[in-house]
Design a protein around this ligand. Structure first.
Ligand code: ADP
Ligand code: MG
Length: 371
């Protein structure tokens, strides 16, 4: 396959952070009618001002409406749906009443983590259902009667088919990172799950991009939704410096890349490759060159992927080498640089990759190698 991208599109200067980090009216969480413990947990997470999507979504969701929300990656969509969901759960903490579907295991775990932090000290339970883990542990989780079920489409459907997932009790459905879900071919699984749930009170669909061709599918899932679009989903994060490096014929790309790491301020770097084999090879070569690296991709076990991600988050390794699928949507603070070892196939893939840096109001940097 040949990339459809024009290298000229991949060079851009970041806008100064203060111009874009807070284009809201500056509403603070403190002024929202939220539960006291929830307020305290929000504060503990360091959130004071609502992001634009949160400012638009939270009040509407508190009313229980369906929603279609489009906002770029890194803009705080998770809390935008979790905070109102938690308020509703505090009123009616019904077992298995909320189902959150996410395209990747990492995302599902991340949503679970944020739910945990936001509900500290409350009597709410959640469980994640993802591939690559033992079904018996899923059954144990279900026996605790969690209010919130979070999972990837494949595993959720497996459990539903075995009639162990109480989908009939779900009254609120969240489809997160819906564009990724479609890209990854999960649409049939999602449709099956939705059919099995049947009638529900509230459905929320969150996505970074919206393709006109999905309109019919989306209106079939939502009932008279409030639609929110914060910025055109195709524009890459504005606070990322984007550069390309042209590798000349006969020049060793690995050596050119290795030179970048002489800059010791690059403490957290994500390196994307098209193939799993290349990811393995580059991680090995980096380590051989004294640059600590680990890889995540679809052939690695979930334990391995979690461990590598933890090592990357904690700074034990400097470089995370990843394929698109494994790294979609992951949120690691302070990623200094995203490197595309090869040009991504599509603009969409490019935008999602570089969105791993320049998160939460910081300036990021992305470098794409051009052959
Ligand atoms: P998205 O789902 O839109 O890609 P996330 O929900 O993963 O974005 O959030 C991106 C980052 O921003 C996370 O690290 C999250 O903790 C942080 N964040 C979310 N809301 C706020 C806020 N109101 N203030 C500061 N940081 C926030
Ligand atoms: Mg998200």
């Amino acid at each position: 396959m040949v990339s459809s991208l024009d290298p000229k599109q991949l060079v851009k200067k970041a806008l100064p952070v203060q111009k874009i980090s807070n284009p809201t009216s500056g509403q603070n969480f403190i002024n929202l009618p939220l539960d006291k413990k929830l307020q305290a947990n929000i504060q503990k997470k360091g959130y004071t001002t609502l992001t634009p999507i949160q400012e638009q979504a939270v009040p509407v969701l508190l009313e229980g409406r369906d929603m279609l929300a489009i906002s770029k990656t890194g803009s705080g969509k998770t809390a935008a749906f979790l905070i109102p969901l938690i308020m509703r759960l505090l009123e009616k903490p019904l077992a298995h009443s909320v189902l959150i579907v996410a395209p990747t295991r990492e995302l599902a775990l991340q949503i679970g983590e944020e739910f945990k932090e936001l509900t500290l000290g409350m009597n709410l339970r959640w469980a994640t259902f993802i591939g690559g883990t033992n079904i018996q542990s899923d059954l144990n989780h279900l026996s605790q009667k969690p209010q919130v079920l979070i999972g990837t489409p494949g595993r959720l459907l497996d459990l539903a088919k075995q009639r162990v997932l109480p989908l009939k009790q779900v009254n609120t459905l969240v489809l997160d990172e819906f564009d990724r879900m479609l890209d990854m071919g999960f649409i049939q699984d999602v449709k099956r799950l939705v059919e099995m749930i049947g009638s529900r009170e509230q459905t929320l669909l969150f996505s970074a991009t919206l393709d006109a061709s999905q309109q019919k599918l989306i209106s079939g899932l939502l009932d008279n939704p409030v639609e929110i679009q914060i910025d055109p989903g195709t524009s890459a994060n504005e606070h990322i410096n984007q550069e390309t490096i042209q590798v000349a014929d006969g020049e060793d790309k690995f050596l050119v890349m290795k030179d970048l790491f002489q800059d010791s301020s690059l403490e957290k770097v994500i390196l994307f490759t098209e193939t799993k084999r290349l990811a393995d090879r580059l991680a090995k070569k980096l380590n051989q060159n004294g640059i600590s690296a680990g890889q995540i991709h679809g052939d690695k076990s979930q334990n391995f992927r979690n461990r590598t991600l933890d090592e990357f988050k904690s700074g034990k390794i400097r470089v995370l080498v990843a394929t698109d699928v494994a790294a979609r949507g992951i949120d690691v603070a302070d990623v200094n640089l995203v490197i595309n070892y090869q040009m991504p196939m599509t603009m969409d893939a490019y935008i999602h990759r570089i969105g791993r840096t320049g998160r939460a109001g910081k300036t990021g940097r992305a470098i794409t190698f051009i052959n």
